[in-house]
Design a protein around this ligand. Structure first.
Ligand code: BMP
Length: 211
């Protein structure tokens, strides 16, 4: 287990599949987000699944019925997990979890985001969002590698839930510090896919995570 998840935010299908093929076997999962799916369509999930588990980072944030519909299509497309927002409320998150349970898949809930703007609104509510994720039956949460000191507190609050932590590299976070602070996995995008040698960059992160 590498504890590394790649954020595949490239917008070219050939490039995406080439990176997935080269790195899929070395990482725990590949996260896809709107940039790639808006260009390639949902079908890209099945193509990437040949190489790794796929997390659909759609930050689903709607009424329960719409969330259910989005989750159903995403799981039908083959995603192993989906990311939703918690601020819309427990019923909306629960709607995602109910669909995930039917498919035997997972839901991760965003708590505090990694960018500076997360301090404007999300941070004061992060613990409530952790509790909400737990009560809704989510598998885990998303919490910031850019603030390891917050990760420590969020880890305490999160119990056995898994923590996926973005913000490593391009946003300034450190992979090793995030794991030491309580993350189970780190999510890395630009520092890998924009590297001259994405494979070498990924191996470098995996080595940091092993130490
Ligand atoms: P990068 O390593 O290039 O900064 O990419 C981080 C990825 O994680 C992006 O796909 C981004 O949308 C996502 N992400 C994040 O950076 N912070 C969060 O709080 C939540 C995210 O999903």
């Amino acid at each position: 287990k590498s504890r590394l998840i790649i954020a595949l935010d490239v917008t070219d299908r050939t490039e995406a599949l080439s990176i997935a093929e080269k790195l899929g076997g070395a990482v725990d999962a590949i996260k896809v987000n709107y940039p790639l799916v808006l260009v390639c369509g949902l079908g890209i999930i099945k193509d990437i699944k040949k190489y790794a588990n796929v997390i659909a980072d759609f930050k689903v944030a709607d009424i329960p019925n719409t969330n259910s519909l989005i989750c159903r299509e995403t799981f039908e497309a083959g995603a192993d997990a989906i990311i939703c927002q918690g601020f819309v409320g427990k019923d909306s998150v629960k709607a995602c979890v109910d669909v995930a349970n039917k498919y035997g898949r997972e839901v991760y809930v965003v708590t505090e985001m990694s960018h500076p703007g997360a301090l404007d609104f999300l941070q004061p509510h992060a613990f409530e969002l952790v509790d909400l994720a737990f009560r809704a039956g989510a598998s885990g949460i998303i919490a910031p590698a850019t603030r390891p000191e917050r990760l420590v507190d969020i880890r305490c609050r999160a119990g056995d839930m898994k923590i996926l932590s973005p913000g490593v590299g391009a946003q300034g976070g450190d992979a090793r510090k995030a794991i030491d602070a309580g993350a189970d996995f780190v999510i890395v995008g630009r520092s890998i896919y924009n590297a001259e040698d994405p494979y070498a960059a990924a191996v470098n992160f995996i080595e940091q995570l092993r130490r």
